[in-house]
Structure formats: structure tokens, C-alpha cells
Design a protein around this ligand. Sequence first.
Ligand SMILES: [Mg+2]
Length: 473
Amino acid sequence: MSRFTLCPDRWYAMELFGPEFDTEVRHYSPILATSLSAPGKGSRCFDLSFFHAAYPEGVQDKVYTIQTIERSNHFLLGKVVGTSRLVLLMELSDQWLSRHFDKQALSYLRSLQIDSAPDPVDRYTACLLGGAIGDALGGAVEFISRSAILDRFGPDGIKDYSDAYGGKGKITDDTQMTLFTAEGLLRGRMRGVSKGITAYDHTVAAAYLRWLATQGHENRHVETILDGWLFKQRELHSQRAPGTTCLSALADYEGEPGIAHNDSKGCGGVMRVAPVGLFCWTFKEDWGITEVFDFGVMCAAITHGHPSGYLSGGVLASLIFLILDGAQVGDALNEASSILVKYPGHEETLDALNQAKKLSDSELRHHEAIKELGEGWVAEEALAIAVYCVLVAESFEQGVILAVNHDGDSDSTGAIAGNILGALHGTRVIPGRWLESLELREVIEAVASDLWSCRNWSSYMDDERQWDRYPGY
Ligand SMILES: [Mg+2]
């Protein structure tokens, strides 16, 4: 079942119930959500700022702190904190509007309702920036327990970048490898438009070998071609606790992509495949969802040989694709799960996702629910923790904060949750304080933009500059 989630810049039907209202008082209204912020007042609270359209000119910037009582797939029932009012929020349907408003008021409201869905480039950008933000926020607490995090940062845990890897807002291997996944896809695309044939498994593996070189390691079996724009970014040539499986699998890679010869299900495969969902959606006419899943599996399996290590990559790639296509998170999860069950060895990943869904509907406190899901060092747990955080989050900020304040692999769970939340909502939900000091922000934005605009690429003979950026091999 999908869960009703409020998003900024969308219209909702709001009804208020309270002892102070008599029958003469209008207590229902269309509202335009303008922002949602993290709570700090208990696990199910959030601040909702909105445009209140019940008044003749409307009222800007109303703010309610709402404590969720019940949330289904169609509505949210909550208490307005500090009052004795209950609030019911629903998707704004034509039926609801015509029941409550006359023709004149309706035409006024329709004039306010512009299509406010974020454009694809914005959602691509938010997906990659969101992942990098979760990575950078979690990077400072990756190796410390939740209780140590609370001791150091206070009862709400870490909410702002802290020093790690020589500064604040520094990305880690999760974002580095995500960027190289994107590079492999883009170079595969360049090969396709220039040579008429391509092999994404080879171009993605070659990109990962370039990442390996940035970490000061080399592969003795195949030549690593160290060119292209991404490899020239000096900030990427920095060790940020790279995963040992990724390092060893790439050092041993013999030139034939396939399933790595190891039994690793570390989260190093899944945490880097969000660009697959983006890239496939750029060419969505050409990709069925099963192929998107397989593509995610292929990218993760280059380094991770255990089914949970690579099937989780298939799930994340298809979630991103389906969300861009307009699916609610719950529906996207159901569809990805229905593909997952067709693969041998799917049980652990499926169980982890089902548990995340079940816990998201429970009354368990968030940090206790996350503990039930594990620590995220292995792929199915990292994916499940991120999915849980996305399902319960009332805002981007809250989801990312939840995803990093636990005992385990905070940067990877933060990265995956940030990828999904960014793809869902676009850049406008991302707090400015997290964007301003994010390392490599311009590089990440440029790669996101390239993942969309590559649909318009033509042969290198027409555009040598583009070829130099992403050589087609
Ligand atoms: Mg990391």
C-alpha cells in the first residue's frame, strides 16, 4: 500500500475539527503546502507551512505543527500541536472541491493551481545531491554508535555536517562510486551514438577501474584508461574509507563483467547505483522495468557476488526509475519486489524490504525500528533502513537525519535515503545549509544534468568536446 505523504508545492484538501468551530465557521480549505520541516518535538511531528486559500485573498505562511495520528494511502489525520484541533489532510480531488466551493471560488482556485511538478533535471540533480548530502552527513558518524552520536551531538543526533576527512560536508566513497557509475553509463551512451553499438557492462566496469586508480590501487589484468572529465577532478582522488570488497574485486577484475567471484553482500554495490534509475528514465521508451532492474544488478554485481549484494542494486535502480515515473514509494516498492522474487537468492532482500514496510506502519520509535532492521553494513539492511526512513519521513530533512543516526553504516544508509527522497521531491526540499558546504556540488550537478541531456547527444564527429568529456569506451 502506498502511504500518503505531503510534498511541498502541492495542493491538498484540509479539514479542521475543533470544539471552537460552530456550523457557521468555514473550517475546510484547499491549502498549498509550501514547506515541511523536521520535527524535534517527537517522532511523529512535523511543521507544515502552507498557503491557506479559504480566505478571499488567501493567507500566506500559516504554520502548523502537526502530530500524525493516522496515515493511510489517501489521508493523514493529525493533531495540531498546542491546540485542541484535529486536522485531516487529503489529496485535493475535483469531487472534494465541487462539494465545498461554488463556481466562482473554483475558478479562482484553478487559476492558482499551476502544474508544479519538478522538472526531470531538477529531480535528477536532487537525487544525486540528496545522496551526497546523506553520505556527507553520515560520513562523520559512520564508525560510531548511536549512543556515542547522541553524546556528541545532543538528543536529536547529528543534524549538520561535522568534521570528517579534513572538513565539513566531505563526501565519501559512496558518492565517489555513484559518480563513476554515472560516468560509465554516459561513456556507454557516447559509444552507442558514435559507434552504433555499446556495452554498458564494460564501460561501467572501466569507470570503476578509474575510481580504483583514484584510490591509489591498480588492476594488473587489464589496462585502465585514465581519461575523461571526471577522473580529472582532483578532489575525487582521496581515500574516504573505501569498501574493501570494492577495492579487492576491482583489483582482481579480469576484463569480463559478470558476477564477481566473491560471496560479499556488503552495501558497496547498492549504494552506488542510483544513476542507473536516472539514466534508464532518460530513455524510458526503451527500457522495461525488468531491464532496469537487471541493469542495477549488473552494476552492483561487478564487485559483489552474493545475491543480496547485487539484487539490492536492482531494487534501488528500479525504485528510482518508478518514482521518476510518478509512482508513490509504496507502489514502487511493490513493483520492485514483484520483480525481485523472480531471482534466485532473493529471500533476504525481500524479507528486509517487507520488514521495513511493516515497521513503517508500526508505533515503534524510529530508532528502535531501525535497530530491528540491522546496521546497514550489508546490502539488504542498508536498503531496508533507507526505505524505512523514506516511508516514515515527513520531509527530506527528517528522512536523511533518521537515516544517519544509528549504530551502523550511516553514510551508506544516508546516501541511499537521500537518493530516493531527492528523486521524489526535487531540489526545493533540500535545506540550503546542507547544499552550501557540500563538497563537489558543481560536479554532482553537472553529472546529473548530463544524465538527462545525454538523450540529445550525437556522434563525436559532431561534438568533440562532449567526446573528450566522456570518451566512448
Ligand atoms: Mg562511505
